[in-house]
Design a protein around this ligand. Structure first.
Ligand SMILES: Cc1cc2nc3c(=O)[nH]c(=O)nc-3n(C[C@H](O)[C@H](O)[C@H](O)COP(=O)(O)OP(=O)(O)OC[C@H]3O[C@@H](n4cnc5c(N)ncnc54)[C@H](O)[C@@H]3O)c2cc1C
Length: 388
């Protein structure tokens, strides 16, 4: 077993560091308070090289696998204080670009991928509906076959990047037989066919520099070639997208926790109370150690999940364990970092923002409860089969 990065993983992590360090984040506190997503910064990330990360080699892309993308996102988030921006980017990569490269036809890839990259188009991935959150297969938003393609009707909500999106990858009901093949995946321009995007993003407590909102479809006639993969193949496409989110997107929180650890260790070493640095007190040392322990255990689970994903593991067990561990760690470490910074920790800025940005991590891409249900079901089957 080798825990070192390969040459390519290291190259991507170094590239990500350089790209992140060039971002002008002077106004991140103001944008966070105002709840503003920065399109120029998103474009800069794409144009500086991130846009090529998931492009196939045939399009002169880096064609990163899950481990490599995990290394890239972790490094971006470590060196960029705008976690909302990296969240918007990671959702675009994992849930919009990856399904296109994995499931779209070569004609669709040629039609979409160069434009998305060259023009830094922003993608949004829509599954959730007001009445279909964790119970996602209860979705009612649908696509009915028509003469020239499909007619779409319904409402998706809580969708990352929806208010600023140039294109949409959307999962819709195409049958009502009550089985796994009732769903299909579509790709659409967001400003055509009468699709209606939320103009104002939802105001939320964390990840405020990402725009989130709803999408309405009202008799939207879309062409036949909007369908990705076969009719009825939406559920597996959705599952793969979720695997990539639970693994690669969550590297964002690893990067964030590393930055938080560095800042907190520095602060407790410098700050003096009772004529000694805070770091000289054993209670503080233990809190710092707990933060490091959370970070390291989450990191081991996440890279193992990325490795499993690259080997074709779609069971969801490794990714769910990693996601639960990282979201718990990010929330817990966020609280400890605020506590150890005292009043400084609650003044608007990176330390308090990291706690707020961590809070939704236990909700999106599958809530912790629902993932635990899935892990337990798989665990019981594996124990019966003596596979553990
Ligand atoms: C920041 C953010 C970004 C998001 N981005 C996107 C996006 O880009 N695209 C998209 O489609 N969606 C997105 N979502 C929506 C997200 O996927 C849903 O919020 C999530 O699936 C949970 O659904 P819900 O909010 O309706 O909660 P519910 O499903 O109503 O769950 C509420 C609570 O009940 C618990 N619960 C539900 N069912 C069970 C059960 N069977 N057993 C035990 N406990 C249960 C849950 O764990 C949770 O604690 C985003 C959400 C957030 C917060």
């Amino acid at each position: 077993m080798n825990f070192d990065f390969t040459e390519k993983q290291q190259r991507i992590a170094d590239q990500a560091k350089q790209i992140a360090q060039k971002l002008d984040l002077e106004d991140v506190v103001q944008r966070d308070l105002a709840g503003t997503f920065s399109k120029p910064l998103f474009r800069q990330l794409i144009n500086q090289g991130v846009g090529k990360w998931l492009l196939p080699k045939s399009m002169k892309g880096d064609d990163l696998n899950a481990l490599e993308l995990t290394a890239g996102i972790e490094s971006l988030a470590e060196h960029c204080e705008d976690s909302g921006l990296i969240f918007a980017l990671s959702a675009h990569l994992c849930a919009c670009i990856h399904p296109i490269r994995a499931f779209a036809s070569s004609e669709q890839q040629a039609q979409w991928l160069p434009k998305i990259t060259n023009e830094a188009w922003i993608g949004t991935h829509a599954i959730t509906e007001p009445q279909a959150g964790s119970d996602i297969y209860a979705m009612t938003t649908n696509a009915q076959k028509s003469e020239d393609g499909f007619v779409l009707n319904g409402h998706k909500d809580y969708i990352t990047n929806a208010p600023v999106a140039d294109f949409i990858v959307v999962h819709l009901r195409t049958e009502d037989r009550g089985n796994y093949f009732d769903y299909s995946t579509f790709i659409l321009h967001s400003h055509e066919y009468g699709v209606s995007l939320a103009k104002a993003p939802h105001s939320k407590s964390g990840l405020r520099t990402t725009a989130m909102g709803d999408i309405h479809f009202n008799d939207c006639q879309v062409p036949e070639d909007a369908l990705i993969g076969r009719l009825g193949a939406g559920a597996p496409i959705f599952q793969v997208s979720m695997e990539w989110e639970r693994v690669c997107l969550f590297a964002l929180y690893l990067g964030q926790m590393k930055r938080q650890l560095q800042k907190t260790a520095h602060y407790v070493s410098e700050r003096q109370q009772f004529d000694a640095p805070l770091s000289s007190y054993q209670a503080v040392q233990h809190q710092l150690c707990d933060m490091y322990f959370n970070y390291e255990t989450g990191r081991l689970l996440l890279y193992k999940a990325a490795w499993s994903l690259d080997k074709g593991d779609m069971s969801g067990v490794a990714s769910s364990l990693a996601k639960i561990s990282i979201s718990n760690a990010a929330i817990s470490n966020g609280q400890t970092a605020v506590q150890l910074h005292g009043a400084q920790g609650v003044i608007s800025g990176d330390i308090e923002r990291m706690l707020r940005d961590a809070m939704p991590s236990a909700i999106f891409s599958g809530t912790s409860n629902v993932l635990k249900n899935n892990i337990s079901t798989a665990l019981i089957k594996r124990l019966k089969a003596q596979w553990i």
